[in-house]
Design a protein. Structure first.
Length: 293
């Protein structure tokens, strides 16, 4: 046959009822015809024998396509020719040279060229005057792309490192800010303390008091302890806080306080009840003249 048209593709709009469609261009084999449905930008390839059947192979005017299910309303049915790129005619030396066989081989080559031309027509092409080094598939262009990519990766790595350092500085500043905020209003707490309700009043340790921070950083507590100076006049002994009074002149210091040291000696109190004051078990016993016992 002759190929007087360059058409190798046609489309139809589905209506939900029509299932037979003309193939408006010649094809040599049913497998040369490919079919797909398009809807909302998505393409669904159909399978021969499963979704459709083709008739009219080898007819100069084309053939027909029958779908198992008609395309839905709004779907686009695309029928196109895409023969396998093969050469199956074998000429034997000194054998007959049938014209039909030779013409069919030429027809197949022409159909292949038309299918390739249709694909190229959908491709983005460089202008004819484009230098070789600017064409993507050349080694020079690929080399320049690789260099540019390496530079981009280095810049991205530097940016990531800078971002990490900036974040670390921000975290450090945030910690300092938390410490400063915790000290406002006479209260203090470590930056890492997250236990609620554990703020202690900011107390200043002075004479006789010692301050100790317990569990710094988590569930803080403040301990105040008595820390008496030797010359304060008070002392803590045997669990008792008492005056530092020297036991002289007939007085003896015991764990309960001061007691009378009775006897005839010069450093003892007289055994005469009318003449001696006494301090027993923490009570002061005055002279009998003042109503003492």
């Amino acid at each position: 046959m002759t190929l007087s048209t360059q058409t190798s593709k046609t489309t139809y709009i589905g209506n939900g009822a029509t299932s037979v469609f003309p193939v408006l261009f010649p094809f040599l084999r049913p497998d040369d015809i490919k079919v797909l449905l398009r809807q909302d930008g998505a393409e669904l390839p159909l399978l021969p024998g499963t979704h459709y059947n083709v008739e009219g192979a080898g007819e100069p005017s084309g053939g027909s396509l029958t779908l198992v299910e008609p395309p839905a309303t709004g779907q686009v049915l695309l029928i196109y020719r895409d023969p396998a790129i093969v050469q199956e005619v074998d000429y034997v030396e000194n054998a007959a040279f049938p014209a039909e066989t030779h013409e069919a081989a030429l027809d197949l080559l022409t159909m292949i060229c038309q299918a390739l031309d249709e694909k190229i027509g959908r491709a983005v092409l460089y202008p004819v005057s484009t230098p070789q080094e600017d064409i993507r598939d050349t080694s020079a262009f690929l080399g320049s792309c690789e260099s540019a990519r390496a530079g981009t990766l280095a810049a991205e790595a530097q940016a990531i490192a800078s971002a990490s350092e900036a974040r670390a500085q921000a975290d450090l500043a945030e910690g300092f800010a938390a410490q400063a905020q915790a000290s406002v209003g006479g209260l203090r707490v470590s930056a890492g303390d997250t236990t609620p309700g554990n703020l202690s009043a900011k107390l200043l340790a002075g004479d006789g008091l010692a301050e100790t921070l317990l569990n710094p950083g988590a569930d803080e507590a403040l301990r105040l302890s008595v820390a008496l100076a030797p010359d304060s006049g008070l002392e803590l002994s045997d669990g008792l806080l008492r005056a530092r009074v020297a036991a002289v002149g007939g007085l003896a210091r015991t764990s309960s306080g001061l007691a009378a040291d009775l006897g005839p000696g010069p450093d003892q109190l007289s055994t005469n009840l009318s003449l001696r004051p006494a301090m027993v078990a923490g009570r002061v016993l005055n002279h009998t003249a003042l109503g003492g016992m």
